[in-house]
Design a protein around this ligand. Structure first.
Ligand code: UT7
Length: 310
């Protein structure tokens, strides 16, 4: 057996914040945001909805999709940089709300690479036989740490949750190879000091380099070639960064996930939310080789190559 995704779910707040709305809030334009980032609109959670509420909605769907019950979950990993509280963890709040009586629970702090870190942590427990089902959630309420007066960042982010149940899948399917990495010397380029602060240009350079490199590395680790890749799901930060990764893999436009236009950068939620939309639209199919790659504050990065199916 191998480890793979056996169920998925997402949650997106209803409220849409458009570029036109942002034009009224900061000195920006729809044209600048579209051409520099590819973002047209993003979702913003209301005051009553916190990070754990979004995680709960996505997790319920993933559990139903996996056809298991909350009692079947051995561990809950929540990747987030916007938890409800510094502690207890969102994972513990979720454990109680779901009624996941057997589950160990903890949060993972790896910013936008968090879902990759969560999946790979889950994989270790499942591969070694200790656990059978691990719930991994990537969730952010970035709107609560966004500086709504800073045009450099206010236009970029959105709120969302994506969840997956990881469990045993037949050999040949599931996670074929992975890479995780970090470079704390770049911590100063993207951090939270009450509000989120970013040196966009530095993060941009790092992201373009790292997304391409990590994608190539996991393809090689899996013993595959670029031509074997059917689909690319890059972290949805900026269409220009995503395009650079796509071109490095020499994939046509229709073989890359794109939700950044609708949801902006939702950090740890962006990869699972995109995966679900690609599955629903039939862009990712049984047996497809899919590369997922993320980068973020820390600096952190992570990539996974998997063969879709359970
Ligand atoms: O998940 C990881 C999180 N972070 C990222 O992925 C961010 C990575 N970086 C980026 O996506 C890009 O660097 C940005 C979208 C943040 C910025 O795009 P850029 O092409 O790197 O623009 P820039 O920072 O070089 O700024 C160009 C100009 C500046 O004006 P001056 O100094 O040339 O006069 C900015 O002040 O654009 C200005 N600018 C804006 N103008 C209108 C910055 N933000 C805005 C804005 N509207 N919202």
């Amino acid at each position: 057996m191998n480890t793979g995704i056996i169920g998925i779910g997402r949650y997106l707040p209803e409220k849409i914040l458009t570029n036109a709305d942002l034009e009224k809030m900061v000195d920006t334009s729809d044209e600048w945001i579209r051409t520099r980032t590819g973002i047209e609109e993003r979702r913003i959670a209301n005051n009553e909805t916190n990070t754990s509420d979004m995680a709960f909605e996505a997790a319920k769907k993933a559990i139903a999709d996996a056809e298991i019950t909350p009692e079947d979950i051995d561990m809950i990993l929540v990747a987030t940089v916007t938890p409800d509280y510094p502690f207890p963890s969102v994972a513990c709040l979720l454990q109680e709300r779901l009624g996941a009586k057997k589950a160990a629970a903890m949060d993972i702090s790896a910013a936008c690479a968090g879902f990759m870190y969560g999946m790979i942590t889950a994989k270790q427990f499942i591969d070694n036989g200790a656990y059978k089902h691990v719930l991994v959630v990537g969730v952010e309420k970035l709107s609560k740490i966004t500086d709504w007066e800073d045009r450099n960042t206010a236009v970029l982010f959105g709120d969302a949750a994506g969840a997956a149940i990881l469990g045993p899948v037949p050999d040949g399917k599931g996670i074929l190879a992975f890479e995780l990495g970090s470079d704390g010397s770049g911590a100063k380029h993207l951090y939270q000091d009450e509000k989120l602060i970013m040196n966009g240009r530095e993060v941009f350079k790092f992201a373009v380099r790292q997304m391409g490199e990590s994608s190539i590395n996991v393809i090689e680790k899996a013993g595959l070639k670029k031509e074997d890749v059917d689909f690319l799901i890059p972290h949805q930060a900026n269409i220009r960064i995503m395009e650079a990764a796509r071109q490095r893999l020499e994939l046509p436009v229709e073989k890359m996930s794109k939700t950044v236009n609708k949801y902006g950068n939702t950090s740890a939620a962006s990869i699972p939310v995109s995966l679900i939309e690609d599955l629903e639209a039939g862009r990712v199919k049984e047996n497809d080789v899919v590369v997922m790659v993320g980068f973020g504050g820390g600096l952190t990065w992570g990539a996974i190559i998997m063969r879709w199916g359970k």
